[in-house]
Design a protein around this ligand. Structure first.
Ligand code: GRF
Length: 196
């Protein structure tokens, strides 16, 4: 299965999936990485791994619509079969959604539908969990549609929240589970064990 990534920052989830493709846990090939952020760790990792890397955003494409079309075109021309969002901070446009129906997945660092939606990303999610008094948080992998964090849930894992937790400690615990669950889910999709 050919995998394309969209990522904006560090790219540790993307790296976990690339590593799993290399060691055979995932029957897949990473073929392209696209980032809106030229300075992202994700693009740096892609170059280091010898994966085609593209910087695409509204500013360098002549607008949001053009960027969406360019991303759809790049993913299609690289014959991508699964689009993996890994810390991608832009909304997926209609051209990409149309070109990859039920073929785009995202990871969220909490138990959706709690603590999701527009503006809920990174440390804001963990701060909201701590604020809410929830006794557990976790990881959600879901299909992507036109609304933030609203697509069908494919997999979840829970992480206990303890009174001593800080944003940093919770985020570290959740990130470790993110890497495991994203790798497992992509492996199951590639093997045909998980149907979408
Ligand atoms: C992760 O916490 C992920 O859940 C969220 O953005 C973060 C990305 O981290 N969507 P990384 O870039 O994969 O290291």
């Amino acid at each position: 299965m050919k995998i394309g990534f969209l990522a904006s920052h560090r790219g540790s989830n993307m790296q976990a999936i690339i590593d799993a493709c290399k060691n055979g846990k995932i029957n897949g090939t990473p073929v392209i990485v696209i980032s809106n952020n030229q300075a992202s760790g994700a693009l740096e990792r892609a170059r280091r791994e010898g994966i085609a890397a593209f910087h695409v955003n509204a500013a360098n494409s002549g607008g949001e619509r053009e960027a969406d079309l360019r991303i759809a075109e790049l993913l299609s021309s690289h014959k991508v079969e699964l689009v993996v969002l890994a810390g991608y901070m832009r909304k997926i446009g209609p051209a990409v959604l149309h070109a990859f129906p039920d073929r785009i997945i995202n990871i969220h660092p909490a138990l959706l539908p709690r603590h999701g939606g527009q503006g809920m990303y990174g440390d804001k999610v963990h701060a909201a969990v701590l604020e809410s008094g929830d006794l557990e948080s976790g990881v959600t992998i879901h299909l992507v549609n036109g609304e933030y964090d609203k697509g069908r849930i494919l997999a979840q894992v829970k992480v206990p929240v303890v009174p001593e937790d800080t944003i940093e400690s919770l985020s570290a615990k959740v990130l470790e589970k993110e890497h495991q669950l994203y790798v497992d889910t992509v492996a199951r999709l590639a093997a045909g064990d998980l149907k979408i």
